[in-house]
Design a protein around this ligand. Structure first.
Ligand code: AOF
Ligand code: ZN
Length: 357
């Protein structure tokens, strides 16, 4: 199952509204377990993992064990049900990690298998699989997108300087890691403050992953984003969405639209974009995961509303002196309400990952 979970990661972020899941078909050959078929949900979301793995296994699937990272589907969607494909191929045992909350599946996949006298073992490495499927599972169960908040902290616990301009807190290796995180998200979100301060482009610039730049979303109630900003200037290459409460006839709209930006009409609470409603709106558009990259006010708003599902703290080796912005947490502590799930070192920087309790 661990190998199946790793295989599923190949297409994470590239399967549209479908989750990326994997299937391994394993059988004993000369008393050794051998993988005779492998499948991962195709880029775009179809075909599903199971038929691909079964096709590779051919006749060897008869009597074999199938390892699936998600309960096989039971519905006639754009492809026939995977549970039926496993039955027809004659597998004798199915080992599954996560169950599928999709109304059309939700237990029915397992039932089809058991009705055909296939032995089914559920919840194997379920927590690990669910971590990778977090975007999909959150959208299905909470009707909103999954939120990862990324913050870079200086050694003395600051996240930036008040007098403006971007401060490089972490080194080259961590920065590449951030680009890899971007490649797995459907949306990168920042506030207008960061957009004006840093003028970021928020694209994914890892060689080979350039086409994996997610939608860039700016929270901008008043449409202050300049047409000359890097975000707007690249809006024709990588989608740029502006979440705003500005009126339809706001004078800045035409210029931004002409440059290729799209708008999401938002409600406001106390003058700020209403975040829960925005996250629901994004899920309704088939998106599953958002990476929040700043700044201070946006990070605090997401944390205060309990909307951060995963927290990534990168801690660098520099100190930010002068008029600096305090991080919401001191470096080195587990933030309240979270538990640590991993810790890595990139050169001189540390990356700690937490999930909500
Ligand atoms: C599987 N194997 O590889 C994946 C599954 O629109 P459709 O017909 O492609 O169905 C989408 C649903 O299929 C999705 O909501 C989820 O329940 C399931 N995904 N199922 O058996 C797969 N990716
Ligand atoms: Zn399926």
């Amino acid at each position: 199952m661990a190998a199946a979970i790793r295989l599923a990661r190949w297409h994470q972020g590239r399967t549209g509204s479908n989750p990326s899941v994997a299937t391994l078909i394993v059988r004993e050959i000369n008393d050794e377990p051998v993988i005779v078929g492998r499948g991962v949900t195709a880029v775009g979301g179809r075909p599903h993992a199971e038929p691909q793995a079964l096709a590779e296994a051919g006749d060897l699937a008869r009597g074999a064990t199938a390892y699936v990272t998600l309960e096989p589907c039971a519905h006639h969607g754009r492809t026939p049900p995977c549970a039926e494909a496993l039955v027809s191929a004659g597998v004798s045992r199915v080992v599954a990690a996560a169950s599928d909350p999709d109304d059309r599946v939700s237990g029915r996949g397992y039932q089809i298998l058991r009705d055909a006298r296939i032995e089914v073992e559920e919840n194997v490495l379920a927590e690990e699989a669910a971590r990778d499927l977090a975007g999909y599972l959150t959208r299905r169960m909470k009707n909103r997108v999954h939120v990862t908040l990324k913050l870079a902290l200086s050694r003395n616990g600051k996240i930036g300087r008040r007098d403006g301009g971007q401060v490089l807190i972490t080194g080259e290796v961590s920065n590449r890691q951030v680009h890899a995180l971007r490649a797995q998200a459907d949306v990168i979100l920042i506030g207008i403050g960061t957009a004006l301060n840093d003028d970021p482009s928020l694209t994914c610039r890892i060689e080979g992953l350039e086409d994996r730049s997610p939608i860039r979303l700016v929270l901008d109630t008043q449409l202050k984003l300049p047409v000359a900003s890097k975000l707007v200037r690249t809006a024709r290459e990588v989608p740029l969405w502006i979440a705003t409460s500005a009126a339809q006839d706001h004078p800045a709209r035409a210029g931004l639209a002409a440059a290729g930006a799209d708008f999401i009409a938002c409600e406001t609470h106390d003058g700020q974009i209403a975040l829960p409603e925005l996250l629901e709106d994004l899920a309704a558009r088939g998106l599953s995961s958002v990476l929040v990259e700043g700044g201070e006010q946006v990070a605090e708003a997401f944390l205060a509303e309990g909307l951060v599902d995963r927290l990534i703290l990168l801690t660098g080796q520099i100190d930010i002196e002068g008029d600096a912005v305090d991080a919401p947490f001191a470096p080195g502590i587990v933030p309240p309400g979270f538990r640590k799930t991993s810790s890595m070192t990139f050169g001189a920087d540390h990356m700690d990952e937490f999930e909500r309790l």
